[in-house]
Design a protein around this ligand. Structure first.
Ligand SMILES: [Zn+2]
Length: 194
């Protein structure tokens, strides 16, 4: 495998020679935060599909565009922390949660997950015990795995809407088709923006 770090450093030198970026402020122009997945196929596709330019929105990416189950009740997790920073420090007044089809976090097979962990020297049972995850289901929930992307988007929307850390701003839910870029609305929030 060629060293990705060397490759990236060489690419970066070329980039600096060829490109001079205009200065853009850190507050998102469209006063919007977008929560989506880490999927590699979103690169060079996601923003054009939404018509977004550099400086327009905050982009927050988590595996599955989700919040894992142990974090959900108080929703005091890192995604909420990031949204709070966006709202209170950077002027965000609406949130879009955008899951995608064919997500790696959909329908996670527990056997494949534990076999992969074992192959890399991590004992799933020991982890479940040490971290108080209960059982294999608890471990799968910890990864944030889900069965239906639409249901997951709706759940994440609900968690964000009900977070005590955030004001009552509109939180919309959508799903993007990873192959075509087509957006489908899951939940349009009827709350008006502050
Ligand atoms: Zn995904």
């Amino acid at each position: 495998m060629p060293d990705i770090l060397d490759e990236i450093l060489a690419n970066n030198e070329r980039f600096l020679q060829q490109t001079q970026l205009p200065h853009v402020g850190h507050a998102p122009r469209k006063h919007t935060a977008v929560v989506t997945c880490m999927d590699c196929r979103l690169i060079n596709m996601f923003e054009p599909a939404l018509g977004l330019e550099r400086g327009d929105v905050l982009e927050l990416r988590t595996a599955g565009a989700t919040i894992s189950t142990p974090d959900r009740p108080q929703a005091a997790n890192d995604l909420i922390r990031s949204l709070a920073g966006g709202v209170y420090l950077l002027g965000v007044r609406r949130v879009l949660v955008i899951g995608h089809t064919e997500c790696g976090l959909a329908n996670v097979n527990p056997t494949v997950l534990t076999a992969s962990m074992q192959a890399l020297g991590v004992d799933p049972q020991e982890l479940i015990q040490k971290e108080g995850l209960g059982d294999l289901n608890g471990l799968v929930n910890w990864t944030g795995a889900f069965n239906d992307v639409h249901v997951n988007v709706q759940e994440v929307v609900n968690v964000i809407r009900s977070s005590p850390y955030l004001p009552r701003i509109p939180v919309h839910g959508l799903v993007i088709d990873i192959n075509t870029g087509k957006l489908t609305l899951v939940d349009r929030d009827s709350r008006s923006s502050l």
